[in-house]
Write a protein that binds this ligand. Structure first.
Ligand code: SF4
Ligand code: SF4
Length: 164
């Protein structure tokens, strides 16, 4: 019992000391000052989805494979082409950004964007019906003082960032 208490005490002190180290030495900080600093994301980053409804063949595979139940198929008529089909809608309250729907889509109608940090005023905006999925996610441009950084693996510190 005594040993367990000493052990817990030791780990608490150690955690506090590590926190103090990062607090007092900002040079070794490993977090980003988001949104002042923005990471350059890799090519294949899995962000929000975009739909090309003209390629969609209404097969429903995206809806079937989705492990989070985030995709519903809805009957949709395109305003200009009058093309009618059952196309996906995405509920971002459920989506886990696994990319399975992209992988399985036989006609490449769904694509990934690298946008991941969209913000919404109300919960309903997280539901992307077909029209919004065709337009794709939009975010405000980064503020003027934002700068892009590249992340690199460091043997000692784990991740470090340098200016792009
Ligand atoms: S990315 Fe994954 S969770 Fe999100 S809609 Fe596609 S299959 Fe579903
Ligand atoms: S988006 Fe792709 S997988 Fe989904 S219904 Fe259309 S063609 Fe099928």
């Amino acid at each position: 019992m005594i040993i367990k208490i000493i052990n817990n005490f030791y780990h608490h002190i150690r955690a506090i000391l590590i926190g103090l180290k990062y607090l007092l030495s900002p040079g070794i900080r490993i977090t980003l000052k988001y949104p002042d600093e923005l990471p350059i994301l890799p090519e294949n980053y899995r962000g929000m989805l975009k739909l090309n409804n003209e390629l969609c063949i209404s097969c429903g595979l995206c809806s079937q494979i989705c492990p989070a139940g985030a995709i519903n198929l809805k009957l949709f008529e395109h305003e200009q082409t009058k093309q009618v089909g059952r196309h996906p809608e995405v509920d971002y309250k459920r989506c886990i950004f696994c990319g399975f729907c992209i992988d399985i889509c036989p006609s490449k109608a769904l694509e990934l964007t690298r946008i991941h940090d969209a913000a919404f005023y109300v919960e309903d905006e997280l539901y992307y019906e077909v029209n919004r999925l065709i337009i794709g996610p939009k975010i405000d441009p980064p503020c003027m003082r934002s700068k892009y950084v590249i992340s690199e693996i460091d043997e000692v510190r784990g991740i470090v960032y340098r200016n792009a």
